[in-house]
Structure formats: structure tokens, C-alpha cells
Unconditional design. Structure first.
Lengths: 582, 374, 259
């Protein structure tokens, strides 16, 4: 109890006194550099003023502070007294002694070599100087300054971290420096962190009104990190109902904020999950929806894109080794030497990987269409079976060429960071995939509506025979459409390689979801695919958020899809037709 | 397609049935057939049951179900629960003194000390057998009821059953209380008999062969009834069947439930002969593999899928040993070729050939009877 | 109910029926009444909504608005295809729609009146009455010697006949016959007309037809309905409608009089 009294009543008093003192000295010395201040402090005789000078460096980010303080503590700062002079000069001394036993010296206050009256560099003898003294009070003050050094760090993240640490310490003596720093901070994030830290410390303030205000401030800030402190606060202030109530209210406000963060975060994750689904399904929506081909190998086309990204990345970095299977003999080992790039140059591999993924998957799709699928138009079930065979063959080829294990695909730095806005984390890769999905949809829409190829595709898909009679080369259109759909699958693969594992079974992870997306959207309707992808993505993430169980979530999503198809058997958007067997 | 069972077919089928049920196990008893072989053939015949269940749906009703592996596995799981409980005092943890309440070993690893209540009835063998029929039947009924009511057909049915299977596999992979990824294994006895004993294996084989013969006979009968006619009417033109007053959904639901139970029985018989069951058995790929057997043998015939199942699996046994890296490529390639060049499978090809010769006659005869064409 | 207020029960009464397909109004405020025992011919140019109308009656599509009532008390739009069929409404489609992989005999067996349930179908064997009935129909539609043929192997006209035979086997109260004479020779067409006439009275029949010779054959002394743009343009005897100004406008594409 006495301890608490001391802490709550006494310490803030001392701190406050110190603070006013600090403010005064800081103002007085504002014109001098950190080096000058330290030099002055070393020379200062009065112990209290000495410490005052040291403390005036709080909130100063000068990089010279730390090495100088370290040197002082390690007795590497000396006081040089020139012969016949009353003034001492603080210096540091070079290590090498010349033949005379003289050493070079550097002034502390301006980092210039020590000079004699004639302007020549002065070399000094050991006998000419004493080391600068320091006692425990000085060392404590220096440590205090060093502890707070990060407060002024030019690196924003380090600054915020330092501020948060001080706040969580809830030590009253950390308050003045924070308040000091707060005076000239303009960065909104740092300001936010400062308000939070200050309020956290003030939760232990002796004045009930300050404590109440601090709790209200935390509530207003929606400070997620302060929840535990506030709970403790409510317990500690149980004897003061008004104060405790402010704590409870703040907790409620924070809980509300957490709920909002979760909703927005879930919405964002749902959107990005939906975008992934969309990217994976859009190619399928074209081959299945428009052409009526059930391509079970679409997942493997996605994998082709992912592996292409892997190979391109390998060539940019340290190279890749491929085992080209020869079936009944030894595989041929192909070593693609790398360009050994790093940094931004390596990051740029992804820009090349995107078009190549599209191209590779489109070529594989083209080969698939020519060799198998063109015989199976109008026999959807058979196309399902034959393409499943293709999918098995491709999976095994991946396994033989790239190994059965997952391969590592490096993410460019501009895909691996994130933004945090009001406690919601926006991963760049997820933001990028959303943007990418929009770009793909837009591009596909333009292709379908604004180009001659799009016109032909729509004509052939609506009435193959009629289009053929009008002189459309339906074979060519089929080929190109299928290649385009496959290429989109490849693009999806390039992205998925940035989000998850790349292995031979990659395609299988996406094919079921992709088909569901197309079916729910309504076959033959790209808008429906967009709506259903986003809907399923949001539902999936919401259920995960609510149930905290991805497996149960997945099962529920399927259940809901089946129930949804009860209500709208033909999907969200129905393409009406009058023929008997449609 | 013959509507009525011809004498030739009856005799052939009886001879094959007699061989499978009596002669082959007789040879085993006499030592002419090894334990390994009879076990292998037992498994092949289980696959035959699975293939028939696919064919009844796909070949006869036009419903390509990619969920039959799920029902096959479910059957296995239901009987497996009984076999796991029958391990009893032979379990590793009981021997080491850590399992006084005789739980299946995987539950001891989970730290359980008591059997979950839904496991308890499975001590009773007839109960487990009843569940082999009821659980998959009920699941098929629910899924089929919802699906067929909303007229999900064709590829949509395939995609939905695939999704159902996929989700079930994910569920079982995570269902700790059902052995999760490791599933069930290490069985010791069935109905009190040592499961590894030669005689038990023979008994299981005979049960499988008998089940296959009975299922074959049942399906043969089913396809000759008016039900069979409606079934194929639904397959060929569901809309027309609706306009003939048939509630196609009910017919499909009936076939779906029957086929699921057939698949489940196959799975239940498979389990003690294979000695292991885990969720990989119910992945959609396994369903598709069963579809391959059916396609190879010839869908829309009943003997085709059985031959397809045995033939493809015999090929698999050989190829996975001879060319382990190439088996999936062979299987995939086989499938592509069958679909492209032999859409009706081997038996369909025979049927086509017969039709080709048979057609010559009536066409010539009808030239005069036929009314003049417009 | 509306029908009761008119003191008369129609076999089929459609009132204020509308149906559009993605913006196109196939049926537009259609009113149509049919008495029991009638043989009604419906004519109209392409796109007049004839087949769409049959689709609405047989449950293939549901109306956007309006009522369709059968025997004065059954609301058709609430039922699905097979329930409507079981009321006793049969339909022959415009393009012959038979089970091509089944034999002629099996096609008739599938259409024969009787239970449509799953259990019944498992144990149903045609009895001698039923077999006699099917033989009789085979004779009527002239397909006796093709009874074991697969329906897919039949000529176009024969398929039309088979489908009519299936309609007969069903023994429906209301027969909806969509262009029965399409693809038939003159002789066959005439025979079809005679068959339909022989059924008149026993069944109520709606025939949709283009061929005016055929229409004159079956509609002599009976009511003909002309459909145009989804609604009834006029009704009356063949001569009346053939001389109706509006009908001539519609058929001959004369310019519409301003009104």
C-alpha cells in the first residue's frame, strides 16, 4: 500500500518538476548541437546542471549521441588542458601513438581535430589529459536518454515501437519525454501512438479526473492493445465508481472497435478470397460456361502458370533444375543457369512471369483442345472424363519434372508488405489480387464486347451451326476461346504461387471451388461468376470468422450452395432458352 | 439392349458365379490358390461392386456421380468402427498398460479415457452392418432429395457430388474421433475370427463374391422391369419423361440411394480384406477411378464394369510395380483413349458389333412396310 | 372463383395470362376458354405464341401473371409437369419427341395410362388388356411391324405417329397437339386429320397447325382461334377467320390500319 502511495503520489510530482526543468533547459539549448551539449555537459561542474544538460537531449535523434555516451561510459573521453590555459577541452584520442608517444585528438563539440593556436593539428601526450568523470547518476541519466533515443528515430516503425513500449511500461517518469515529443510531431500515426501511450501512463495518474480522461481517451482511440490495462484499471478503481465506469465504457468502445475491425477485415479477406476464386474460375467460366466443356484439367492449367512463375523466378535468381521425363529411360536433367539477380531486379521477374504464365497455359490449353476436346463438344460428361485423364497425366508430369514436393516461389517485396489502417491489415498481395481480378474482368469484358474475336466467340457460343453457315471458322474460334480461357487459368496460377504452396497437386485444391463458383453464378454468364465468386469468398471468410473452424466453414459453404441451388437451380443469372433439352 | 434375360446369359452368369463363389475358394482351401491371391481377388470384387454402383447411376440413369468413393468409404468406416472396437486387448496401448478401458489406440493418443457415445453401439456387429446400409443410404437420400428436387442434372450433378466428396474427405481428415488422416487400421478379428487367418480371408472372399453375384442379379432384374425403362427414359430425355408423367426426381433418388448402398456394401467388404482405410480413399479422384473402370468395361452393361474394375486394377497392380512413375500417366492415357475411341467401352463395342449385324435384317424386311417418307 | 360467376365450367380457362422471355412478350394478356369435348384449332403466324401457350399449359414454363385453370378448380401454374400430366393433359411436341433408345413397344408401354410411381414401376407387368390396347394403338398408328425397332430408327413421319400413339396410350382428357402434320406427306396428313376427328368428342383436343388444308379438314364446323403477338386476335369458324380483316393483315403483312 505504501508503495502504491509512493508511486501514485510522489513519483509524478518528481517527474513533473523534472519536466518543467527540462523544458527550460531544452529551450535554452535549442540552438546548440547534440555534440556541443555533450561537450558542455562534460565540462559542467554542477552535478544537477550536468544531468539537466544530458536530459535535454531527450527527443533528440542525433546519431552522435549514442557513440559519445558509450565512449564517456567507457572512459574514452578525455579532458585536454592546453599548457598555460585554464580551459579544458573534451576530446577523444586516436589509438596509434607516434614515435614521440603522441596521439591525434578529436574535439567532442565539433568532431574536428584538435588544433593548436596556430591552426596546426595538435598531437597530445598521455600526460596532457585525464578521462572525463562519470558517476552513477550521470550514467542513469545517459541511459534514460539512450532508452528514449528511438523516440526520435527517423525510422517511423522504430519510433512507434518505442512509444508503445513506454506506454505499456505505465511508468510515470516516462510521461514527460512523451509529452515533449508530442509537441512537435506531425505524423498522424506517431501522434496516434503517442496519445495511446500517454493515456496508458495516465491511467495510473494520482488525479481521478486525469485517470478518467485517460480511460476515455483510450476508448475514443479504440486502443486494442490497452484492453488488458483497462481491465486492470477497472479492478484497481473499483472503489471509485465514476472512474471505473469510464474504464468499462472505454472497454465497451474498444470492443465495438474490435468488432468493426473484424467486420472490415473479414470483408477485405472475403473480397480477396473471392478475387482468388474469381481469378481461378474466370478461365473456367469461359471454357465451361461459354463452350460447355467441362475441363477437369483446368486446375493443372493453373499449376502450369504457377510452375512457369517458378521457372522464371529461378532464371532470375540462381537457376532451376528440371528433370524432363523420357518415360522408359533415365530422365534428362536440364539445368537452367540463373542470372543471380537480387533486390528490385529480382523482384521484376514477376512482371515477366505474368505474361509467360498466360502464354504457357494458353499453349497447353491449345494442345489440349486440338488433341482431345475438339472431339467432345456437345458431350460434356465425356469431356469431363477425358480431361480428368489429362489432369492425371499433367500432375504426374509435374511430379516427375519438378519433384513431388512443393517448390518455393519467392515473392517480390512489393507483394509481401502490408498497410495497416486503423488496426485493419491490408496485405499487399491480397490488395494486388483484388486489383488483378478487376483488371482481368475488365480485360475479358473488353475482349468479349469490343473486339472482333469477342463478337465471333459470342456468335459461335450462341449458335455454332448458324455461325458456321455465316462463314465463321468455328474451329478456329473454339481453339482461340479455349486457349484464352486456359491462359487466364495460367495467370491465376502466377498469382496463386504468391499466396500458397506450389506443388503437383496445386490444381486439385482449386478445381472444386472454381467449378462451384461457375455453377452458382449461372453457367454462361460472366457477371454471375463475378457475383458468385465474391459471394462465396465473403461467406467463406465470414463463416471462418464466426466459427473459427475452416473445415466446418467449408462444409457449411457447400451446404449453403446446395440450398441456394434449391432456390435458383440455374445459378444467380439464368440464361433462358426455349429449346426442350436445355 | 436385351430386356429379358436370355438363356445364354443365364447360363454364362451362373457358371461365372459358381466359379467365383464355389470353385475359386475351393481351390484356395485346397492350397492351389495363395492367400495373397484370394485377398487380391476379394479386393477386386469389392471394386466390382463399386463399379456397378457407378454404372447403375451413370450407365443406366445418366447420373455421373463423382461421390461413389465417399459411399464406399463410408461403408468401410461403419464396419471399421466395429473392427476397431474388436481389437480389444490386442491393442498396443492395452499391452503397455495405458488403455484400461480398451479404446481404439488412436483415441488413447488423443488422450481420451472414455468411448464417445456414438461409438458404443458399434460393439454390436449387426448394428454396424445395419449402419453400413443406413448411413450412406440416408446421406444419399438427403443429398439426392435436395439435388434432384431442384433438378440438378448432367454435369451439375457431377460437380456437386464431387464437391460433396471433397468436403467429406476434408471432414474425415480433420475428424480426430474417426482417426483423422490415419483412419482405421491394424484390425485383429472379425466376428471373433482372426482376421489374418487363411480361413477368415476365404470367408470374406466368399461373402464378397456372393454379394457381387446377388447385386448383379438384383441390378439385372431392376433393369428389366418397367423401372428400368423409366430409368433409361430419364437418362435419354428427362424432360420427355416428365411430360410422360414420371416424377424423374423420385426415380433418380431411388437409384441414387440403391447405388450408394451397393457402393457402401463394397466398401464394408473391402475394409477387412485391405486391412486399412483412411480419408484418401474418399477423395474425388477415387470416384473418378471407379468411373474409369466403368468406362473401360462398358457402361450401360452390368458385366462391363465388373470386368473393367478387375482388369484395370490388375493392370494397376502390375504397372505400379513395373513402372511406378508412369502408372498415373497410363491410367490417364487409358481414360483419354477410351473416351475418344471407345465411348461405350469394351462390352459396348461388342454390343455395337452385334447391333450392327442384327440391324441389317429388320431394315431389309421393313423396306416395304415402311410408309413412304416425305 | 371467376368461372363460377359465369355459371359455366370450362375444361380449360386461361385469363389475363402474361409471359415474357428476357423482355420479349411471348404471351400478352391472353384469354382462352375451352369446352369439354371440343376440337379446337389454333393458328397464327410464327412467333404468335402458340408453342409458348402450350408450354404454359403443360407446366414447362410458369406465367408471369394471370390464371390458368383446369376443370374449373385446379390451378395449373401451381403444378409441375408430371402433376399436370397426371391431371389428364397430354402433349405432342412440335418436333417429334420420343425415346429414341427405346423400342416402339417400350415407348407405348411408358406412355400407357396407369400408376407412375416408383414402387409400381418395379413390379408392373402389362396385363392382357393393356397388351391388347397397345396392339390396337400400334395398328392405328401403322407401326405394327416396327414394334421392336428402336424409335430412333423410325422415319420422321413415323416418329410423329408414334408420338400421337403415345398420346393415345395415355388416354388423356385434354390432348395438346403441336403441328402434327409437319414433315408428313399429304396422305399421312389426311390420315392424321381423320385420326384426330375420330378422337373428337371422346377427348378434348387443341391442335396447333400451319397447314391450312389440314386446318380446313379438322376444323370444319368448329371453332378456330387466331393468335397474334401473344394474344387472341379473333375466334370463329375457318371461313370467318380466313376472311377477317385483321387476320389478313397479320398473315399478309398488310399495313396496320390506324386506330
Amino acid at each position: 500500500m505504501t508503495y502504491r502511495l509512493l508511486r501514485t503520489a510522489l513519483l509524478p510530482g518528481i517527474a513533473q518538476a523534472m519536466f518543467w526543468f527540462l523544458l527550460g533547459s531544452a529551450a535554452a539549448l535549442s540552438a546548440s548541437t547534440a555534440r556541443q551539449t555533450i561537450a558542455t555537459a562534460i565540462l559542467e561542474e554542477d552535478a544537477e546542471k550536468k544531468i539537466g544538460l544530458i536530459n535535454s537531449l531527450i527527443g533528440n535523434a542525433d546519431p552522435a549521441i549514442k557513440p559519445l555516451f558509450d565512449a564517456w561510459k567507457e572512459d574514452a573521453i578525455f579532458l585536454y588542458k592546453a599548457e598555460g590555459s585554464a580551459t579544458k577541452v573534451p576530446v577523444s584520442v586516436g589509438e596509434e601513438k607516434d614515435t614521440d608517444g603522441r596521439q591525434a585528438a578529436t574535439r567532442i563539440d565539433d568532431a574536428q581535430p584538435l588544433k593548436a593556436a596556430d591552426g596546426q593539428p595538435l598531437r597530445i601526450l598521455t600526460a596532457d589529459y585525464d578521462s572525463a568523470e562519470h558517476d552513477s547518476a550521470i550514467r542513469t541519466a545517459m541511459k534514460g536518454v539512450l532508452d528514449l533515443l528511438d523516440l526520435a528515430s527517423p525510422d517511423r516503425a522504430r519510433r512507434i515501437q518505442a512509444i508503445e513500449m513506454l506506454g505499456k511500461s505505465q511508468e510515470a517518469e516516462k510521461l514527460p519525454p512523451l509529452l515533449l515529443v508530442q509537441k512537435n510531431v506531425t505524423d498522424t500515426k506517431v501522434r496516434h501512438a503517442l496519445r495511446e501511450a500517454i493515456a496508458l501512463i495516465q491511467l495510473k495518474d494520482e488525479k481521478p479526473e486525469t485517470r478518467t480522461a485517460a480511460a476515455q481517451e483510450l476508448g475514443a482511440l479504440g486502443s486494442i492493445a490497452s484492453q488488458d490495462f483497462l481491465q486492470q484499471f477497472v479492478k484497481d478503481n473499483a472503489d471509485q465508481p465514476t472512474v471505473a465506469r469510464a474504464g468499462t465504457a472505454a472497454l465497451a468502445a474498444i470492443a465495438n472497435h474490435v468488432r468493426n475491425v473484424n467486420i472490415v477485415g473479414t470483408g477485405f479477406r472475403g473480397l480477396s478470397k473471392g478475387s482468388i476464386l474469381l481469378v481461378a474460375a474466370i478461365g473456367l467460366a469461359i471454357t465451361f460456361g461459354l463452350m460447355g466443356v467441362i475441363n477437369m484439367a483446368h486446375g493443372e492449367l493453373i499449376a502450369v502458370g504457377a510452375y512457369t512463375t517458378y521457372v522464371v523466378q529461378g532464371i532470375f535468381a540462381t537457376g532451376v533444375v528440371l528433370q524432363i521425363p523420357t518415360f522408359f529411360g533415365q530422365p534428362i536433367t536440364v539445368r537452367l543457369s540463373g542470372m543471380n539477380l537480387s533486390g528490385t531486379a529480382l523482384d521484376n521477374y514477376f512482371l515477366l512471369a505474368l505474361p509467360l504464365s498466360f502464354l504457357m497455359a494458353a499453349l497447353v490449353g491449345l494442345a489440349l483442345e486440338r488433341s482431345v476436346i475438339r472431339f467432345l463438344y456437345r458431350r460434356p460428361l465425356e469431356s469431363l472424363l477425358a480431361t480428368w485423364g489429362v489432369s492425371l497425366v499433367l500432375q504426374q508430369l509435374f511430379r516427375l519434372t519438378f519433384g513431388a514436393n512443393n517448390v518455393q516461389v519467392y515473392s517480390p517485396s512489393w507483394l509481401s508488405g502490408n498497410w495497416t489502417v486503423s488496426d485493419v491489415i491490408f496485405g499487399w498481395n491480397r490488395v494486388f489480387v483484388i486489383g488483378f481480378a478487376i483488371a482481368i474482368i475488365f480485360g475479358t469484358h473488353l475482349l468479349m464486347t469490343k473486339t472482333p474475336l469477342g463478337l465471333l466467340i459470342r456468335a459461335v457460343m450462341q449458335n455454332r451451326q448458324m455461325a458456321a453457315c455465316m462463314g465463321v471458322k468455328t474451329e478456329r474460334v473454339n481453339m482461340l476461346t479455349f486457349a484464352f480461357g486456359s491462359g487466364l487459368g495460367g495467370l491465376a496460377g502466377a498469382f496463386i504461387s504468391q499466396l500458397g504452396n506450389v506443388g503437383p497437386g496445386l490444381g486439385q485444391d482449386y478445381i472444386v471451388d472454381a467449378f462451384m463458383t461457375v455453377v452458382v453464378g449461372g453457367v454462361g454468364n460472366l457477371v454471375g461468376t463475378v457475383v458468385s465468386a465474391l459471394g462465396i469468398g465473403l461467406m467463406d471468410q465470414s463463416l471462418q470468422q464466426i466459427l473459427l473452424n475452416p473445415v466446418l466453414g467449408k462444409i457449411l459453404v457447400l451446404g449453403m450452395i446446395i440450398l441456394f441451388l434449391q432456390w435458383r437451380p440455374a445459378g444467380i443469372f439464368v440464361t433462358k432458352s426455349r429449346s426442350l433439352e436445355s | 439392349m436385351q430386356r429379358h434375360v436370355s438363356k445364354v446369359e443365364l447360363v454364362t452368369a451362373s457358371v461365372i458365379a459358381l466359379f467365383l463363389v464355389v470353385v475359386f475358394p475351393g481351390l484356395h482351401a485346397a492350397g492351389a490358390v495363395s492367400d495373397f491371391t484370394i485377398k487380391l481377388w476379394g479386393k477386386y470384387l469389392c471394386y466390382g461392386l463399386l463399379a456397378i454402383s457407378v454404372d447403375l447411376l451413370w450407365g443406366y440413369t445418366g447420373l455421373l456421380s463423382l461421390g461413389q468413393a465417399l459411399f464406399f468409404s463410408l461403408g468401410g468406416y461403419m464396419l471399421g468402427m466395429n473392427l476397431m472396437l474388436m481389437i480389444g486387448e490386442d491393442g498396443q496401448y492395452f499391452k503397455s498398460g495405458n488403455n484400461p478401458s480398451l479404446l481404439p489406440d488412436f483415441m488413447v493418443i488423443l488422450g481420451r479415457t472414455e468411448l464417445p457415445s456414438f461409438w458404443k453401439p458399434f460393439y454390436n456387429f449387426p448394428f454396424a452392418v445395419a449402419m453400413v446400409v443406413l448411413v450412406p443410404g440416408l446421406l444419399a437420400f438427403l443429398f439426392g432429395f435436395l439435388g434432384f428436387r431442384s433438378r440438378i442434372k448432367g454435369v451439375y450433378f457431377s460437380i456437386l457430388t464431387q464437391a460433396l466428396t471433397y468436403v467429406a474427405a476434408v471432414f474425415f481428415q480433420n475428424a480426430l474421433i474417426m482417426g483423422s488422416n490415419n483412419g482405421f487400421t491394424d484390425f485383429k478379428r472379425i466376428l471373433g475370427c482372426d482376421i489374418r487367418a487363411s480361413a477368415t480371408q476365404r470367408g470374406l472372399y466368399i461373402a464378397t463374391a456372393l454379394a457381387l453375384v446377388l447385386v448383379y442379379a438384383f441390378c439385372r432384374w431392376l433393369t428389366t422391369t418397367k423401372f428400368g425403362l423409366v430409368q433409361r427414359a430419364v437418362r435419354d430425355s428427362e424432360t420427355r419423361a416428365l411430360f410422360s408423367g414420371y416424377a424423374a426426381a423420385n426415380y433418380k433418388l431411388f437409384v441414387f440411394v440403391v447405388a450408394s448402398i451397393i457402393g457402401s456394401i463394397g466398401g464394408a467388404l473391402y475394409l477387412p480384406q485391405a486391412g486399412i482405410l483412411n480419408p484418401t480413399e474418399m477423395m474425388p479422384e477415387k470416384s473418378l477411378e471407379a468411373v474409369v473402370w466403368c468406362a473401360v468395361g462398358g457402361r450401360g452393361t452390368l458385366i462391363g464394369p465388373i470386368i473393367g474394375a478387375i482388369g484395370t486394377n490388375a493392370l494397376k497392380s502390375w504397372a505400379t510395380r513395373a513402372f511406378p512413375d508412369l502408372w498415373l500417366i497410363i491410367l490417364g492415357g487409358l481414360f483419354i483413349l477410351i473416351v475418344l475411341f471407345l465411348p461405350k467401352g469394351i462390352f459396348g463395342l461388342l454390343g455395337q458389333a452385334r447391333d450392327f449385324f442384327a440391324k441389317r435384317k429388320p431394315e431389309a424386311a421393313s423396306a416395304t412396310a415402311e410408309p413412304a417418307k416425305p | 372463383m371467376k368461372i363460377e360467376s359465369t355459371q359455366k365450367t370450362f375444361l380449360l380457362a386461361a385469363e389475363g395470362v402474361n409471359k415474357s422471355f428476357s423482355g420479349f412478350k411471348a404471351i400478352n394478356n391472353l384469354n382462352f376458354y375451352l369446352d369439354t369435348g371440343e376440337l379446337r384449332t389454333v393458328i397464327g403466324p410464327n412467333g404468335a405464341g402458340k408453342t409458348s401457350f402450350l408450354d404454359l399449359i403443360t407446366g414447362r414454363t410458369k406465367p408471369d401473371s394471370g390464371t390458368i385453370e383446369f376443370e374449373g378448380n385446379v390451378s395449373i401454374p401451381k403444378l409441375n409437369e408430371y402433376e399436370i400430366y397426371r391431371l389428364g393433359i397430354g402433349r405432342k411436341f412440335q418436333t417429334p419427341t420420343v425415346y429414341t433408345d427405346h423400342t416402339v413397344w417400350e415407348n407405348l408401354l411408358l406412355s400407357l395410362e396407369g400408376s407412375r410411381g416408383v414402387w409400381a414401376s418395379l413390379f408392373h407387368q402389362p396385363n392382357s388388356t393393356e397388351r391388347d390396347r397397345m396392339d390396337e394403338i400400334l395398328a392405328t398408328i401403322n407401326l405394327v411391324s416396327q414394334r421392336h425397332w428402336k424409335a430412333g430408327a423410325l422415319a420422321h413421319g413415323q416418329k410423329q405417329w408414334l408420338e400421337i400413339g403415345m398420346l393415345l396410350a395415355q388416354n388423356a382428357k385434354l390432348l395438346l397437339v403441336d403441328e402434327p402434320a409437319a414433315g408428313m406427306t399429304d396422305t399421312e396428313t389426311h390420315k392424321t386429320g381423320e385420326l384426330l376427328l375420330s378422337l373428337a368428342g371422346k377427348h378434348t383436343i387443341v391442335v396447333i397447325e400451319h397447314d391450312m388444308v389440314f386446318v380446313r379438314q379438322i376444323a370444319a364446323g368448329r371453332k378456330v382461334t387466331v393468335l397474334h403477338q401473344g394474344s387472341v386476335l379473333c375466334e370463329g369458324s375457318v371461313d370467318e377467320v380466313q376472311n377477317d380483316e385483321r387476320v389478313l393483315d397479320v398473315y399478309l403483312g398488310r399495313k396496320k390500319r390506324s386506330n
